[in-house]
Design a protein around this ligand. Sequence first.
Ligand code: KE4
Length: 428
Amino acid sequence: MSVRLRSEALFAESLKHTPGGVNSPVRAFRAVGGTPFFAASASGARVNDVDGNTYIDYVGTWGPAILGHAAPAIVRAIQSAAERGTSFGIPHAQEVTMAQRVKAMVPSVDKIRFCNSGTEATMSAIRLARGFTGRDRIIKFDGCYHGHSDGLLVKAGSGALTLGNPDSAGVPAAVAQQTVVLPFNDPEALRAVFQDQGRDIAAVILELVPANAGLYLPQPGYLALLRQLTRDHGTVLIADEVMTGFRLGPAGAQGILELIPDLSCFGKIIGGGLPVGAFGGRADIMDYLAPLGPVYQAGTLSGNPLAMAAGLAALEALQSTDAWSRLENLGAELEQGMVAVAKAAQIPVQFQRIGSMFCGYFTNQPVWNLADAMHSDRARFARFFHGMLDRGVYLAPSQFEAGFISTAHTSADIEATVRAAESVFASW
Ligand code: KE4
């Protein structure tokens, strides 16, 4: 059992100053119970808490740390950029270089706009789709999370789902009514909505691999149907690749799943751990953005030199090594090990994975959508989470999150993780 007295004292103090003691709800451990630990430092595949405990980290600051924490190339890039000024609010060359690199990696992106978070990216992409089509209604999928802009906090995943309020207070009914929520992987529901109101739908936004209710995959043919229906009805198809972008491969989930969206949203990895977001896609749509077109979108720190330098260093490191095949191999090792120890212990676990993203549900049924995910045993997940934490492995503190492997993880880390799981199961 890890002793975390300093974290507990810090959390008690934080509760006096910050709602829930955290600056983002999912960090509060509300889904798994107990007190969150406070990070002191992180390096490579490990995070160290203020009580001197060290954990193999599978959260990776929710996706950005694909190269591990404090990756030397990223640290150097930030240091060097900072010495030339931390923000200009003036166009600078690295914004252009970053745009060129993203375009070269993601063929569906003709033009791109950088911003400061995934929330900004998806919010802006929705506004752009509405301005381009002249329509108001959007479609999202239950359990998918696209950040916390009003219209997208309807049946949302991630922290909203974790806290049991997938429909946030404070969102005007008039706004929520413009958001149609469908179950994922339900072709008939898709066909019915487009038959009934296809001409009124400005955009469909989705995670091509939903990873904010755990992790589940599109069933064969589903994305192709979605692409066909959106194209037939003049609806903008927005791929939210804030988590999957540049993680599942150079062209993210759309590259793996061979889908060409009209717009894509990015974040996390392209900031190298600094605040960043981006949205891009068809030039005829993107050119509706101010100052060219009538759809306004802006940001003081958009394209700031630090995030651009850190993001470029991250993308360069990914492209100049065998990063994605390494991540796939480590992911396969983890999956094979976890499935084996759960089977040996006769514990029903559905381990779902794509590349370096994974989720273990405590159920013996496959998970294809939010309803399936809700059938998993969350109390068991909470016990598993703490059992692993006490054995030096930090998993996402919610069943409704995905895990992330970095290139800094080793086969020895994976083996230690599997042994820890075996020990937890044996203790039940
Ligand atoms: P941010 O605004 O948090 O940068 O990005 C929002 C967002 C958009 N789209 C997807 C697919 C996302 O997963 C996210 C944010 N991811 C969560 C983790 N599932 C962030 C963690 C948190 O909210 O603290």
